[in-house]
Design a protein around this ligand. Structure first.
Ligand SMILES: [Zn+2]
Length: 408
């Protein structure tokens, strides 16, 4: 492999420049189609043009920067991630994959000139689901999987109005307006957003799979009554049943698989007052695992436990409202990246992602792989989100090597 020196100072400058465009509040607030998001995509388009890349914008506001190949221009080797953030998000989630991808492409262009196949950097419009009740709308649109017409944000503004107005601000001369061809492969560089790489002292994570997710609403209905006059033995206390139920679920989740995550993130008591026995409790359950069977088994156990603890007039009902299947990413690309990481003397670990990513959409239409770098203290989706500079560099070095292997 040729020497491919990555200009880390340029990457740092690019990251700082985009992060400075976010409104002056806590953390990054680049919600899709917001003014900060428009400014960021506009900056990326301008860089693409300045750097002599072919620049394309689609109807959802996803930006594509191409270094067109000289032998097989129709074969596209793509990398990238998303431009949007959560509310009060960090400086690296999504953006590192976009600008790290751009840096990898610039490194190759500088060192070796035009590739045989086309290299593409993608900045997907939206992945986080922070504004509209949808996630991955950018990659879903590119993958021709789903559109999102008819959705509204919390202010009642509909997706299409926001989208059309924002994308109109990005259009300009020398910017192609089309939905480009799908790539031959897709590699997403991303921060880990968890503590496992740091714990293993590994610089690189190679992602074998992305967990499946299920979300439920559980409603426990008892009988509200006087907190002082109702004897303990005669209560139908919805919260007491909730505590028992949740405790059993924690233990069942642990016994099924130590990797099965189980989270009660929201809980509401009714009437929620100091001197009334709760008549009703509604709470959410989020569980994730890479194996559908484990998720199925847990769902069955959850239903059985609800039936076991229900006794007239107290009832527990479980309703599932989200079922996202686990996905396996491409094994060949992972093996190639493991090999390249060895050549570059970068320590690496193969792992599953507990968070969703654009890659789980892209893998449905093209061989897809992910490269993780460590998150300091495992923190993300928060302003404190950070990665050590040598690790940021390591991720881009591996991506550069991988793109080189595939496109030159
Ligand atoms: Zn992300």
């Amino acid at each position: 492999m040729p020497d491919l020196p990555v200009d880390m100072a340029q990457l740092t400058q690019h990251l700082a420049k985009i992060n400075a465009l976010s409104p002056d509040t806590s953390g990054q607030n680049r919600l899709v189609y917001s003014p900060g998001w428009v400014a960021a995509q506009r900056q990326l388009l301008a860089w693409g043009q300045e750097l002599g890349l072919t620049v394309t914008l689609d109807d959802y506001g996803t930006v594509y920067l191409d270094l067109v190949g000289r032998v097989q221009p129709e074969t596209i080797i793509a990398t990238g991630s998303h431009m949007d953030t959560v509310v009060q998000g960090g400086p690296l989630d999504g953006l590192y994959g976009v600008l790290g991808g751009l840096q990898a492409l610039l490194t190759l262009k500088q060192a070796l000139g035009q590739p045989k196949k086309t290299l593409r950097v993608i900045a997907f419009s939206e992945e986080e689901g922070s504004r509209f009740p949808t996630t991955f709308s950018g990659s879903k649109h590119y993958a021709r999987i789903e559109d999102t017409t008819g959705l509204k944000d919390k202010d009642g503004l509909d997706f299409d109005s926001a989208r059309t107005a924002a994308v109109a601000q990005l259009a300009g001369p020398d910017i192609q307006r089309t939905l480009p061809k799908l790539p031959a492969t897709f590699t997403e560089l991303h921060i880990e957003q968890g503590p496992r790489l740091a714990a293993a002292k590994a610089q690189i994570g190679l992602v074998a799979a992305i967990v499946g997710q299920r979300r439920y609403t559980v409603t426990v209905t008892g009988v509200a009554n006087h907190a002082g006059t109702t004897p303990m033995a005669q209560r139908q206390d919805a919260f007491q049943a909730t505590v028992q139920f949740i405790n059993r679920l924690f233990l069942l989740a642990q016994s099924l698989s130590p990797d099965l995550t189980f989270t009660v993130g929201e809980l509401a008591l009714t009437p929620n007052t100091v001197n009334v026995i709760p008549g009703k409790v509604v709470f959410t359950v989020d569980c994730r695992h890479t194996d559908t069977t484990v998720l199925d088994n847990f769902e069955t156990l959850m239903g059985n436990t609800a039936a076991l603890l229900s006794h007239d007039p107290l009832t527990i009902s479980v309703s599932r409202w989200a079922k996202i299947p686990p996905v396996q990413l491409d094994q060949q690309l992972l093996a190639q990246n493991a090999n390249l990481a060895d050549q570059l003397q970068l320590s690496h670990l193969t792992l599953a992602s507990g968070a969703g990513h654009d890659s789980q959409i892209m893998t449905q239409v093209t061989p897809t792989t992910m490269i993780f770098v460590p998150s300091i203290k495992g923190i993300s989706h928060a302003p404190q989100e950070a990665t050590a500079t040598p690790d940021l560099l390591a991720g881009v070095q591996l991506l550069t090597a991988s793109l080189y292997r595939q496109a030159y």
